[in-house]
Design a binder for this molecule. Structure first.
Ligand SMILES: NC(=O)c1ccc[n+]([C@@H]2O[C@H](COP(=O)([O-])OP(=O)(O)OC[C@H]3O[C@@H](n4cnc5c(N)ncnc54)[C@H](O)[C@@H]3O)[C@@H](O)[C@H]2O)c1
Ligand SMILES: O=C(O)C[C@H](O)C(=O)O
Ligand SMILES: [Mg+2]
Length: 442
């Protein structure tokens, strides 16, 4: 559903009689509202109160829905509309907490002065003990310059903070990692690299997030080169891992060897170029891409990809089409061919909705809510930190993608993002490869 832009909660009162909820949901659906959760807040003898989560295209549609529900009459009424998304963000989504309780002066002396001094000295004598006696080894900096926040563009790091806090929530809940947002007021690669290098000793890893192309490429390459902790640009490699997993599953259902698949990538920025590179490195021989920016197209050529001139050409030529342009509704349903696989991954709005793609003949279709790097970065970093890896390598990323395929139920493209077991399996697979690589190096 392209354009399902706003989510609101409708507090609806109905007389406590069967059939009234049905009337309300019918009205919402008839006007194009997408119903999420329905919570019953109160069942009284006379009145039932429900909280209905509803996603709609814009405020006008919402207004029409509310008026139409109220027009049902007979005591059916929308009593309040609340914005639960904004409410959930009040005060921010994260908070640094202590792992120790302070109950006594003794606790204080152990946790803080003077006891703490001996731990400082211990680390001074043996710096490697910092990973044991501090939280550094389990903390990842989430670094952004705010230049490519989702598909919203260059809205700046402060406006992008809710996304960074979101990534920290996912790190914590899915991988037990502390994620600390770092907002940079510069996009200059020299300055970004210098700044991140200067703060890096406080972290076990660096997740670069929503840094736009092309400067993201240089920044990531230089930081990987200069730092001896794992560095990964999520929008490049986290996305590529999950997309490879989805592509592997899709090929399996279509009975096609991924190496023989004809893949087209629309948008060759951070996500798109990394997806192409990942698929080519995995052995897909026919990878095509398109992008209005000549420099983006040149980069694809450099890595051995083929260039097509338009979206129409990609849609006409490729069996699997992946889009990461940030442009809502870019793919016209008339371009979709029977049996095609369409992954329209831009957030918050896909290039074509899965429903429209399927209706137009696609065999499989997904958007960026489903095929999302949430399935990649938490487990990848958990595995890398567990192994004490100095880098995140291509074999570690492939292991993550293959672990995701293993966890995918038949008929789905990727596993459910909130299944903690999935993230554990990804982490284990990444850790195994990291340890193997370290043995080879050592
Ligand atoms: N689902 C996920 O997990 C996931 C992960 C990363 C990025 N994304 C989404 O992908 C989108 C792009 O992110 P990014 O970090 O790669 O941004 P980016 O700015 O680096 O890249 C966007 C690219 O799309 C190109 N583009 C714009 N209009 C186009 C058009 N009409 N045809 C072809 N190409 C076009 C641009 O020239 C640019 O090269 C965003 O919406 C983001 O939310 C999704
Ligand atoms: O944040 C997401 O949902 C995925 C991705 O990192 C994006 O930028 O869209
Ligand atoms: Mg991102």
């Amino acid at each position: 559903m392209v354009g399902q832009n706003i989510m609101r909660n409708l507090i609806v009162h109905t007389p406590s009689k069967p059939g009234n909820l049905g009337k309300v949901t019918t009205v919402i659906g008839a006007h194009g509202g997408d119903i999420g959760d329905i919570k019953t807040l109160k069942v009284g003898t006379l009145t039932t109160i429900r909280d209905i989560t509803c996603t709609v295209e814009d405020a006008t549609v919402l207004d029409t829905i509310v008026k139409s529900i109220n027009a049902l009459g007979n005591g059916i009424e929308v009593r309040a509309i609340s914005d639960d998304v904004l409410k959930a963000h009040e005060g921010g989504k994260i908070h640094m907490t202590s792992r120790m309780d302070l109950h006594s002066i003794e606790d204080l002396r152990r946790v803080y002065t003077p006891g703490v001094a001996s731990v400082c000295e211990e680390i001074q004598r043996s710096p490697e003990k910092a990973s044991y006696y501090t939280s550094i080894g389990n903390t990842v900096a989430i670094v952004t310059d705010g230049t490519a926040i989702l598909g919203l563009g260059n809205i700046g790091p402060v406006a992008g903070m809710p996304v960074m806090e979101g990534k920290a929530v996912l790190f914590d809940q899915l991988a037990g990692i502390s994620g600390v947002p770092i907002l940079l007021d510069t996009s200059d690669p020299d300055e970004v690299v210098e700044t991140v290098k200067h703060i890096s000793q406080g972290y076990g890893g660096i997740l670069l997030e929503d840094i736009g192309s092309p400067h993201c490429f240089e920044i990531e390459e230089r930081l990987k080169e200069d730092l001896s902790i794992p560095v990964m640009h999520d929008d490049q490699h986290g996305t590529a891992v999950v997309t490879l997993a989805a592509t592997l599953s899709a090929c399996r259902y279509a009975g096609v060897d991924i190496k023989d698949a004809v893949v087209g990538q629309i948008g060759l920025g951070a996500a798109g170029l990394a997806i192409c590179r990942m698929l080519m490195a995995y052995g897909v021989s026919e990878v095509y891409g398109t992008d209005p920016q000549e420099s983006a197209v040149m980069r694809l050529r450099q890595y051995g990809g083929n260039v097509l001139n338009s979206i129409e050409e990609v849609m006409a030529h490729c069996d699997i089409v992946i889009a990461t342009t940030g442009v809502k509704g870019l793919i016209d349903p008339s371009l979709v061919r029977e049996g095609q696989i369409i992954l329209a991954l831009s957030n918050p709005y896909p290039e074509i909705s899965p429903e429209d793609a399927i209706a137009a003949g696609a065999a499989y279709a997904a958007d960026g809510r489903l095929v999302n790097n949430i399935l990649g970065f938490p487990g990848i970093f958990r595995g890398a930190l567990n192994a004490n890896a100095k880098d995140i390598t291509y074999p570690m990323l492939v292991a993550a993608a293959e672990a995701l395929v293993e966890c995918t139920r038949h008929g789905d493209l990727v596993p459910p993002p909130l299944d903690h077991n999935v993230h554990k399996i990804v982490a284990k697979a990444v850790e195994r490869i990291a340890l193997k690589e370290m043995v080879h190096e050592g």
